[in-house]
Ligand binder design. Structure first.
Ligand code: NAP
Length: 261
């Protein structure tokens, strides 16, 4: 999902006003950090699903993607202070350096961001091996959110830890607040997966959803939804901000309507 595509894909913008845009143009002026409240970073979730709601086919997301999807996925990473991901996704998708394309790193710098976003990995058991490309990459700065008191050894990446008090579980609201105060993080792009999403959503920590809808009916070849069983009091409503299309794949940007108290 992170490969560099040589030629910019032109997408159809269906909403708000019809037109054509590249991924770079579609996201220009996003300014997510400006939307952050004082107590935590602004958090956008970027997920892909089939038209019948599966988050994976053959336990991978690659069959759900297309060139426009890959370009939007990569360009979103050029707009945020940090990229957050659950340990399951890091392991399955073999995460590596988050922004490999020098042109994308340059776009980050022009926007006043560090060349590489901070990587935030959430893990309960801390069963991550140092050969994971992200941990083996000397350019990467990784903050691991975990209640485990173990340490990862042999990592070339710059790894630090954010832990709750001894004996306590990870509370993601507290951890996001600490990312703001201790690491200066104002905007977070969360790339899943479904288990992590199921903790973030009920806690009211998701501000927007970028949803890529693949023109596929997965049936039994697919699995899971983009949000594992989340303990919600009631369904969360969405407001459509814009809708793009490329090769029958739809790209929706939604803001979340907060649940009533
Ligand atoms: N469709 C999409 O857009 C999309 C996006 C991402 C991933 N995926 C797919 O989803 C699958 C992985 O699913 P997943 O649900 O296992 O992924 P995940 O949410 O990335 O990872 C789950 C793991 O993250 C850690 N974790 C999550 N929430 C936590 C919390 N509140 N506190 C402490 N640790 C927490 C735990 O790590 P430990 O196991 O280390 O304890 C947990 O086992 C893969 O097949 C991947 O391809 C799809």
């Amino acid at each position: 999902m992170t490969g560099v595509d040589a030629r910019p894909v032109v997408l159809r913008r269906l909403l708000p006003e019809p037109g054509t845009v590249t991924a770079i143009e579609a996201l220009e002026g996003l300014a997510l950090a400006d939307l952050a409240a004082d107590h935590r970073p602004y958090l956008v979730l970027n997920m892909v699903a089939t038209a019948d709601g599966a988050a994976t086919v053959g336990h991978r997301t690659a069959p759900l993607s297309n060139p426009a999807d890959r370009q939007l996925f990569g360009e979103l990473r050029t707009h945020v202070d940090a990229v957050m991901v659950g340990a399951g996704t890091v392991r399955t998708e073999r995460y590596g350096r988050l922004v490999r394309d020098p042109a994308r790193r340059q776009r980050r710098v022009v926007r006043g961001l560090a060349p590489d976003p901070l990587a935030i990995v959430v893990s309960r058991r801390l069963t991550l091996t140092p050969d994971l490309p992200l941990l083996a990459d000397p350019h990467s700065r990784v903050v691991v959110i975990t209640a485990s008191d173990a340490e990862l050894s042999g990592c070339a990446a710059d790894v630090s830890y954010l832990r709750p008090a001894p004996g306590e579980e990870v509370d993601l609201a507290v951890m996001l607040a600490r990312l703001r105060t201790e690491h200066g993080v104002r905007s977070v792009l969360c790339e899943g997966g479904p288990t992590l999403n199921a903790s973030l959503l009920p806690a009211g920590l998701v501000d927007e959803l970028f949803l890529s809808i693949a023109p596929i009916l997965a049936g039994s070849t697919g699995s899971r939804s983009i949000i594992e069983e989340a303990p919600l009091r009631e369904p969360v409503g969405l407001h459509l901000v814009w809708l793009l299309e490329s090769d029958s794949q739809l790209f929706a940007r939604y803001t979340l309507r907060p649940q009533p108290a």
